[in-house]
Design a protein around this ligand. Sequence first.
Ligand SMILES: [Ca+2]
Ligand SMILES: [Ca+2]
Length: 379
Amino acid sequence: MTTNKPKTFWIAAITTIVIIGAAFGYTKIADKKSLASTEDCTDTAPENTNSPFELTVENKNNKPGNTPEGMVWIPGGEFSMGSNVEDESLCSVKGVTSDANPIHRVYVDGFWMDKTEVTNKQFAEFVKATGYITYAEKKPTREEFPDAPEENLIAGSVVFKPTPSKVALNDFLQWWSYEQGADWRHPTGANSSIVGKDNYPVVQIAYQDALAYAKWAGKRLPTEAEWEFAARGGKTGNLYAWGNTLKVKGKFQANIYEGTFPVADGDTGEDGYAGIAPTAQYTPNPYGLYDVGGNVWEWVSDWYSRDYYQTLADANTVARNPQGPLEYSDSTDPYTPKRVHRGGSFLCTDQYCTRYMVGTRGKGEANSPANHVGFRCVK
Ligand SMILES: [Ca+2]
Ligand SMILES: [Ca+2]
């Protein structure tokens, strides 16, 4: 249905799709009008003799009580947050990660965090217990899309569709489409299924769906600062959750995308998976967290503001338990409020979306689920 969809339906769906593109740094890529060459890539971070990162100082607290099932204790403490300019040029298009500047000092209290992205099995338990219906399963309403014909108001969601051949990476509509019937049980469309995929991360989750699950589970979404503190695993200023080289002893450490993006069969799966992977297939970080780099993007609770890190840095003090800005702001896309995503996904490639780098940021509109966005919780 995606190639002959009515124009009016695209109009209804376009908001969603634009946001997905924004999450990939599309705007900056369009500015560049050329691809970063994979031949230029190195898997070693540049020497940085003037690092803006100061040592991470973990709290010396003990875990409070018994460990909740499937969670690990994150001690909290003070750390340097963000991603610096030198790093962003690594195999990516300049400017894509500039919103993770400047590096600034943050303190977070200790908390429990899910070891893995929330799985299909866990989300199914929630739905069975509550009868919850996700955003993608609901028919779009007349209030949301006042101008769309009735026949175009169909439930579905946005799905990655590889292109038949190599394309310029300046138009994401070439590889994203709105699929009727795509939802968490049918991640890539009505004919897809999660049968036998209990241990895969749940996807096609809108922000409100993640909040509803967290509330039911007695948990909440992490703040962006909590997420990054946890993902860094107590280390200081690393480029990735696992260190400063993309591969360790020649092996990939996360489920990302290798090969020519976004071509059908272009993902070589050199990391072990072409496409989404079950959770916990790679070495966890020092806190025992799996897949904080790659596999699926993870919702965090903060509003997105392009200038938020600058605001915190300008305060010239340690930001204590920052909750994000009071409202969304982004001069490059002012009218579509978004929340922050972190960690990158199985579609992130060194050709441009290197947001599996631990200090970098993504963003998405609350009602924009997709087949590469999930979440994990804290308490
Ligand atoms: Ca992969
Ligand atoms: Ca992830």
